[in-house]
Design a binder for this molecule. Sequence first.
Ligand code: UD1
Ligand code: CA
Length: 450
Amino acid sequence: MKTALIILAAGKGTRMNSDLPKVLHPIAGDAMLVHAMASGAALNPERSVVVAGHGADAVRAAALAHDPAAIVVEQTEQKGTAHAVMQAAPALDDFDGMAVVLYGDTPFIQPETLTRMAQALASNDIVVLGFEASDPARYGRLILQGQSLERIVEYKDATEAERAITLCNSGVVAARADLLFDLIDDVGNDNASQEYYLTDIVGIARDRGLSATAVTCAEEETMGVNSRADLAQADAAFQARARAALMEDGVTLSAPDTVYLCRDTVIGRDTVVEPNVVFGPGVTVESGATIRAFSHLEGCHVSRGGIVGPYARLRPGAELAEDVRIGNFVEVKNAQIAEGAKVNHLSYIGDAHIGRHSNIGAGTITCNYDGVMKHHTHIGDRVFIGSNTMLVAPVSVGDGAMTGSGSVITSDVEPDALALARAPQVEKPGMARKLFEMLKAKKARAQRGS
Ligand code: UD1
Ligand code: CA
């Protein structure tokens, strides 16, 4: 059956105490909303409808940035979850298939769980995702009769006996799209919150003789985020899972708890990650690389056998070919570093190409920015850049060339040439001794005077 996702993301998230809409707060480098969209993507949806409300423009932009085909609809007034789902009806008017409702602030529903729900829908009209809550608190309670789900009762409207039930509603619901909207048509707001509850569709369906059932999942999956503390907890939960998965895949993390990963971090087998490394968004590391302690990587690629750090910073567009070495206090941005090249100490390499087996001396800087525009530096193969060379871009250094230490290179260097661009050394015999004597005498006079 075809699938459509309806992702509810209109809520305000008052307890976040933020100007940013709640669903845009990031976990592991991506907005919560993106996590929710990504878990729904496991069902290969034909359509994804995001229901935005508070901060709708920002939510729309984030949804479209992740999935340009997403449809974003607006719920201008938050009248409850059923009302929110109803806003997706026009976008799914002609849709013949299953609709799955997800929450933008519940980022960790596992793909496998959604697959089980889809399977259960083959023999049921409605499938609700439930979980055994360790602290049921204010969740809606699932009222079962055998395998049949009879009703969902919201905490506020529940009797004491119903509140004693620990099987709770995660909020995730699957039903045929046309049936879902048809049932919602019958939902009223005569309840403790005076809201249109999506949960009421279960009782309505049962009254019509339709079937409903609950699929259950681990409580961790249903973890919702309502506050900054929840956000930190959700991120920590994500990190723990992602680290464990990497280790399972053959990556060594010497101190896993100190490594920060993003949703899209990819690290190959037999790569070693030392303590205190941060992987920002968009990082891929091939097999057999070493990322040494205290390095910060984002938007970059490290190939097989690369050694990065300690204390290296790889920024977006840093592309390291095989066996490249980037050492301590080196920053690389938008630069291709070809096979076997080394930038071992204290350098800035930005908007540049560095050829194969070239060696970049300590303190080298590609001066890429003239205050208005960025310019490119091209360094050929087997080049030796002397320590403390300033490469004033746009500039190129040919294959096999060298620059003398301390050079300020402002024009192109021919292949195999040695470029020296620094003041020639002047030497004055005996002058240092005279100068010392002069200065000592001056100091003595000053001390007598005081
Ligand atoms: C809802 C469920 C409850 C369940 C709980 C799980 C209902 C009536 N109750 O309660 O059974 O145990 O989730 O967390 O569905 N939203 C909108 N527009 C609205 C209202 C809500 O987009 O008008 C969005 C919110 O942004 C949020 C989600 O829907 O992402 C859930 O809404 P929320 O108000 O948090 O529902 P709960 O009261 O927690
Ligand atoms: Ca909630």
